[in-house]
Write a protein that binds this ligand. Structure first.
Ligand SMILES: Cc1cc2nc3c(=O)[nH]c(=O)nc-3n(C[C@H](O)[C@H](O)[C@H](O)COP(=O)(O)OP(=O)(O)OC[C@H]3O[C@@H](n4cnc5c(N)ncnc54)[C@H](O)[C@@H]3O)c2cc1C
Length: 182
């Protein structure tokens, strides 16, 4: 995310020429909420490959890393942890594919897209952290690709609506939280 400038921008008395108006004046918030379904599905879908890569790199590293006459991959805890993480990623894939299929068929996927985004954000943290641990000190270096996912993937729980915002939406679609009326 080094290439993504992060800072505050202030708009003060900014005049936008008519020719640059997108859609109807005053409807920007509604447009933003509508596009969020796609952005959140993208967040979930784009994470699938990087999560799988992270696990695969760690499998290869664990098979290579020797300690006390065995490899790291010989440790059952390491095997189980990697197996569990891979299972979680496949569950995210199933959720994401289902949501995408419904979206493409024209259905409202507010709840499923929010769930997929939430789960992807969570897994970006869990998988990157779990894998980084197995890389030991090597995982703590800037050059390490797993370390990069640890830093960059962290944005998944913040950008495009934070995890808490996703949970708020899901709680509303479930009916457990009240929807605000205008
Ligand atoms: C690297 C990077 C790239 C970005 N790229 C873009 C971009 O391209 N386009 C764009 O529009 N924006 C972009 N953003 C902005 C991003 O979408 C916002 O940072 C994000 O939506 C969170 O808003 P905020 O930073 O104002 O946090 P806040 O709204 O201040 O929230 C802070 C924290 O409070 C908690 N919180 C928030 N709301 C609730 C709630 N309802 N209930 C409980 N807890 C809550 C969450 O833990 C949240 O992380 C980017 C940000 C970063 C860091």
């Amino acid at each position: 995310m080094h290439s993504s400038d992060t800072g505050l921008i202030y708009f003060d008395e900014v005049r936008v020429p008519q020719r640059n108006l997108i859609g109807q004046e005053g409807a920007g918030f509604v447009y933003q909420m509508q596009q969020f379904q796609e952005e959140r599905l993208w967040c979930a879908a784009s994470g699938l490959q990087s999560l799988n890569n992270c696990i695969q790199w760690t499998v290869e590293w664990a098979q290579e890393r020797k300690m006390f006459g065995a490899t790291l991959a010989d440790q059952q805890w390491v095997q189980f942890r990697l197996a569990e993480m891979k299972t979680e990623v496949e569950a995210l894939r199933a959720l994401t594919y289902r949501a995408c299929e419904l979206y493409v068929s024209g259905q409202d996927v507010l709840e499923l897209a929010s769930m997929a985004k939430l789960k992807a954000g969570r897994l970006n943290r869990i998988v990157a952290d779990g894998c980084l641990q197995f890389w030991g000190g090597m995982g703590y270096t800037w050059e390490n690709k797993v370390a990069r996912l640890f830093r960059d993937g962290r944005l998944g729980s913040i950008g495009g609506g934070a995890d808490e915002v996703m949970m708020g939406i899901i709680a509303k679609t479930m009916g457990v939280a009240k929807r605000k009326t205008a």
